[in-house]
Ligand binder design. Structure first.
Ligand SMILES: [Zn+2]
Length: 404
């Protein structure tokens, strides 16, 4: 499948200098004498695009399992302060290797410690790393926050290879008092931008009513809480945080009106269905977002919440969860989101396809023999898992091989 919507029987691609030169059915026959890699029983797909993860947090896999959302966020915040740079670097490397082995070759990562760009660059994967900042208390020192954000951005830039861009992300509306949103927009206006938005009912209640578990946690820390009488998406719109290309993550609580705002501002969406379910945060209206015209992708989120950095699981789970919502996605929608559409959402140019000219990021996935009424895309989404990945090529280099 060189791109979503195209299936070539006995398909082949030809690669030269890391790029696809041909994709079709008789490619090898027209180029005799060239080395051939064959994957019988497999489907060859573009490398998957993970639109939201936190590679540095991989070593905290499963921490706080079962906690309510606000308690979970507090636990993660404590853990983030408890380890040194080497710990986060090794953790990010572990996450990057896990993504690659599962067929991911591009990603949008979120960094707290300014090191994950190194782990991504080492694998040859490409993408964008957003340095996160936290500023829940409007009375705190804004200069210190901006200084920390700048330090993280510089660290990521120094460690990133040429295929990894660096962006910025206020963590979430409940952790970004208005002065912080404004300052980040002003001071880092040239950088790719993202934010976790409308992730949970707790966040929605905090922004609308100034009540609920996040509000209580903030009050305990002496942080002033204000009811905004609007949704998190509206609040961020009001603060002029949205602009074309901003990547909004989660959106489980987003309404049709919120999706219309995001569409009008040119914002893209990253959905993390497994993480959302694990945290009891809700089931996002992905089909509604796509009907509203948003460009959408999937992310695994961190291993803390999802416990697996497995894009096959995200595809399958998203499809099943959309049926639970009675607003079903098609397997072809889900596959597009995990490849070309996800690349467009995350602003990773040219990723998610294997058409001539594209970088040769290709994944061979073993599929069981088909029943007569099932398409390749149906089987890929409903039956395959990351354990079925047999080979991963990054820019034409074989990086992962599980050929028995
Ligand atoms: Zn996240």
């Amino acid at each position: 499948m060189p791109e979503p919507g195209t299936v070539i029987e006995r398909g082949q691609i030809r690669v030269e200098s890391g790029r696809v030169t041909h994709a079709g059915a008789e490619v090898a026959a027209r180029h005799p004498g060239e080395p051939v890699h064959e994957f019988p029983g497999c489907v060859l797909i573009p490398g998957l695009v993970n639109c939201h993860t936190h590679l540095e947090l991989t070593a905290l896999r499963g921490a706080g399992r079962g906690l309510p959302f606000a308690a979970w966020i507090q636990l993660v915040t404590r853990e983030i302060a408890a380890h040194d740079r080497e710990f986060w670097m090794e953790s990010a490397r572990q996450g990057a290797r896990e993504c690659l082995a599962g067929g991911v070759t591009s990603l949008a990562d979120y960094s707290t410690h300014g090191v994950s760009s190194a782990a991504i660059a080492e694998t040859g994967m490409r993408g964008v790393v957003f340095q996160e900042c936290f500023f829940p208390d409007p009375r705190a020192g804004l200069a210190a926050m901006l200084e920390g954000l700048g330090r993280g951005v510089r660290s990521l830039e120094e460690l990133a290879g040429e295929d990894v861009r660096v962006g910025v992300s206020c963590h979430a509306a409940y952790n970004a008092a208005r002065p912080a949103l404004k300052a980040v927009v002003q001071e880092f206006g040239d950088y790719p931008r993202s934010i976790h938005a409308a992730e949970s009912p707790a966040e929605d209640r905090y922004i609308r009513e100034g009540r609920g578990e996040i509000a209580e946690a903030h009050r305990e820390r002496g942080i002033p809480v204000e009811a905004r009488r609007m949704s998190p998406v509206e609040y961020l719109d009001n603060a002029a945080y949205w602009r074309p290309g901003t990547l909004a993550v989660h959106l489980t609580q987003a309404s049709r009106g919120d999706f219309a705002i995001l569409k009008a501002r040119g914002v893209s969406a990253a959905f993390c269905p497994v993480s959302n379910a694990a945290l009891g945060a809700g089931v996002a209206g992905i089909a509604a977002a796509r009907r509203a015209g948003l460009t959408c992708g999937f992310g695994t989120d961190s291993a803390i919440s999802s416990e697996r950095l497995d894009m096959f699981e995200e595809m399958r789970f998203a499809l099943l969860a959309s049926r639970v919502r009675n607003d079903p996605l098609a397997p072809s929608d889900v596959f597009a989101m995990a490849t070309a559409e996800g690349a467009a959402a995350a602003g990773i140019e040219g990723a998610g396809v294997l058409t001539p000219g594209a970088r040769a990021d290709a994944v061979a996935v073993r599929l069981p023999r088909p029943p007569a009424d099932s398409t390749v895309v149906d089987r890929l989404v409903m039956q395959a898992s990351s354990g079925d990945v047999r080979a991963v090529y990054v820019a034409g280099r074989l990086e992962v091989s599980q050929i028995p």
